[in-house]
Design a protein around this ligand. Structure first.
Ligand SMILES: [Zn+2]
Length: 335
């Protein structure tokens, strides 16, 4: 009978709900809770929420060293991402070394093991779909762990100006950005407005890829690759699609006015900064925080012979974390 079926379904839903509640972490400041995670969750990858307000399940690590990359600042433990992000970094490293004369990538922050807000730096990088890559080429030798902490990246700007130093910028850097933009899963690449201007002034021929290169504050010694929400992440909140415009017109000119660089006026009364709580993130994040992890990072390091969960195929519904309908909260920066 239909009513019996319904009752059974309702009971099943209730049971799974109870299990979920048991696994939910207690509320607290999100950056402290996620910053304390040493390892990811095991299982199918899923990005929950928005680039600047979310978390990551089933993250994998980029190996510390590869044939054409080295990960920097290992102590931060931010070499984690969605497997598609990590695969993309390996591919970019290989392709740019083989085809663009770029000797190898120095990789900065990707995400924390379970994503989420960070104790220092970055508004975004929370869902395993963002990665910073230095504009300094990889040296032939391997850096020591100590060097990976201390070596500084080189600014591409001329002194204190908003313009690229022509002695520092090279065509291989342009080729590296073009290569990164060539992959369909890459949706945006953030660079300093001075670097965008350099491309606008110098790129000949095909300029279609330049629509993905977006000017943003910072990003003068590294660029930031953002990929789109991946299949199997029903809670991943996409960013609005970019247009076809190369972005060299009015929108770029704005960056060379005073407005973006003006200091915010001091408030009359000191305002207490709002702390993002775990309960401000998508509901799935409380489960992801408490879900079981692997025994070691080696088990979940990409391409190192470890058995890493693969993303669900396109169209496959993901069920690991119940979808929740939260909208993007107000005030989330576009980056
Ligand atoms: Zn970044």
């Amino acid at each position: 009978m239909i009513s019996n079926t319904l009752r059974r379904l309702a009971l099943a839903a209730l049971l799974s709900f109870t299990t979920a509640v048991d696994a939910v972490a207690e509320d607290g400041p999100a950056k402290q809770l996620f910053g304390a995670q040493a390892l990811p969750t095991v299982g199918a990858p899923q990005s929950a929420g928005f680039y600047a307000k979310g978390c990551l399940a089933g993250g994998v690590a980029l190996p510390v060293d590869g044939p054409a990359w080295q990960v920097m600042r290992l102590s931060r433990n931010r070499r984690w991402g969605h497997p598609r992000m990590i695969a993309l970094l390996e591919r970019l490293a290989r392709d740019s070394a083989a085809k663009d004369g770029w000797p190898g990538l120095l990789v900065g922050d990707i995400s924390q093991p379970r994503g989420g807000p960070m104790l220092t730096g970055h508004a975004s990088h929370q869902v395993g779909l963002d990665a910073d890559i230095w504009l300094t080429p990889m040296p032939k030798r391997r850096f020591t762990n100590d060097e990976r902490e201390k070596v500084e990246a080189t600014s591409m700007l001329r002194g204190d100006t908003l313009y690229v130093d022509p002695d520092k910028w090279t065509s291989s850097r342009t080729a590296l950005l073009k290569r990164a933009a060539s992959y369909p899963e890459v949706e945006r690449i953030f660079v300093h407005p001075g670097i965008k201007k350099k491309l606008c002034d110098s790129v000949q021929g095909d300029r279609g890829w330049m629509a993905k290169i977006r000017p943003y504050w910072g990003h003068y010694y590294h660029f930031h690759v953002r990929i789109r929400c991946q299949p199997g992440s029903p809670n991943c909140k996409p960013q609005e699609p970019i247009g076809a415009d190369d972005g060299c017109g009015k929108s770029l000119a704005w960056w060379f006015t005073d407005e973006p660089w003006r200091k915010a006026p001091e408030p009359a009364k000191p305002v207490k900064p709002k702390v993002t709580m775990l309960s401000d993130l998508p509901k799935a994040c409380a489960m992801i925080l408490n879900a079981p992890g692997p025994k070691s990072a080696d088990e979940v390091t990409y391409g190192a012979g470890a058995k890493v969960a693969q993303p669900a195929a396109a169209g496959t519904p993901a069920t690991a974390y119940a979808p929740e309908g939260g909208d993007l909260p107000e005030g989330v920066p576009a980056q």
